[in-house]
Design a protein around this ligand. Structure first.
Ligand code: F6P
Ligand code: MN
Length: 342
């Protein structure tokens, strides 16, 4: 059987006019960086990469989260790989307060790259799945030195989105707006091989993913929706639901792309300064594009995630994504609550 590598897939997409040579190069470079991150993650304790960054004092990112050594290493790998290719104008990352224009020493291209270099990093030290999430936007016309505000484009304008999952195998899942495709890293050959073209999420599901420990902090319609899931066949839903929680969004979304389900990180009052947890630009938007391209849905509980107009680089957003019918049901609970309250 002839294998289709990521390189061949992208060249064929270029011939179809679906990807520009520059975007193809950019995606190849991101994939190469992900291979390096996969190697670093795979070394575990032998590579001296476990634990917190910043030694005794520890270091904290702009989100107020403790940085792991691998968060910092992954961020550097992505920045270094993307600096000199000439395809990018600027990068932004969960691990950096502000975006970073491509250094003057190199030519600047027409795209912006925004990423979460290592999602789910609390899983690192327990040898469980983590991943890299990325989103590609166009650099606005006429902008030669992009700044943070140039990244503030709705998710519907993304030209590509994807993630790389570092699990028992390393997988790259990618969309350029023509379906969602999964590639598995052949570690001997060092190349990503197409293993599932056109992933499809079943519209219905019996599986949900939410951090139940935050239940008391949720708003009323989220409480009501999850209570009905838990009531199972004894409640209004008339069927039993199972629960899964990988604790890395990448892992939960990969499960949903593989066999369906709903993933929820709702708005909550746990920390009033930070309602909800996931970030729009480099977590919710790329995952929403991948999920929609696989026939699923992604909302804030009220509106389509890809239609949210960002107001800041690190803004948070509630996330309900996965099997279309289930996401629509969850969204109805919130909209019904709003109209009853109006
Ligand atoms: O990046 C944030 C993140 O690590 C996600 O990958 C994951 O879904 C979530 O946080 C886990 O959060 P919690 O601490 O609620 O389990
Ligand atoms: Mn993350």
């Amino acid at each position: 059987m002839s294998r289709i590598s990521l390189t061949r897939h992208l060249i064929e997409e270029q011939r179809e006019g679906r990807v520009t040579p520059d975007l193809r190069l950019l995606l190849e470079v991101v994939a190469r960086a992900c291979k390096s991150i996969s190697v670093a993650v795979g070394k575990g304790a032998l590579g001296g990469v476990l634990g917190e960054a910043g030694g005794e004092a520890g270091s904290v990112n702009v989100q107020g989260e403790a940085q792991k050594k691998l968060d910092v290493i992954s961020n550097e790998i992505l920045l270094e790989a993307n600096a000199w290719g000439g395809h990018l104008a600027a990068c932004a990352s969960e691990e950096m307060t502000h975006s970073l224009p491509i250094p003057d020493a190199f030519p600047r291209g027409n795209y912006l790259l925004v990423f979460d270099p290592l999602d789910g990093s609390s899983n690192i030290d327990i040898n469980a799945s983590v991943g890299t999430i990325f989103s590609v936007l166009r650099c606005p016309d006429g902008v030669s030195a992009p700044q943070d505000h140039d990244f503030l484009q709705a998710g519907s304008t993304q030209v590509a989105a994807g993630y790389c999952l570092y699990g028992p195998s390393t997988m790259l899942v990618l969309t350029i707006g023509h379906g969602t495709h999964a590639f598995t890293l052949d570690r001997e050959q060092g190349s990503f091989v197409l293993t599932t073209a056109n992933m499809r999420i079943p519209a219905q599901t019996r599986e949900f993913a939410i951090n139940m420990s935050n239940q008391r902090h949720w708003e009323a319609p989220t409480q009501a929706y999850v209570a009905d899931l838990l009531a199972g066949s004894d409640g209004p839903r008339g069927k039993d639901f199972n629960m899964r929680w990988v604790a890395a969004m990448v892992g939960d979304v990969h499960r949903i792309l593989t066999r369906g389900g709903i993933f929820i990180y709702p708005w909550d009052r746990k920390d009033p300064a930070r309602p909800g947890k996931l970030r729009l630009m480099y977590e919710a938007n790329p995952m929403a594009m991948l999920v929609e391209q696989a026939g699923g849905a992604a909302t804030t509980g009220r509106a389509r995630i890809l239609d949210v107009q960002p107001t800041s680089l690190h803004q948070r957003v509630p996330v309900f994504l996965g099997s279309k019918d289930e996401v629509e049901t969850a969204t109805r609970y919130h909209l019904r609550h709003d109209s009853a309250a109006a």
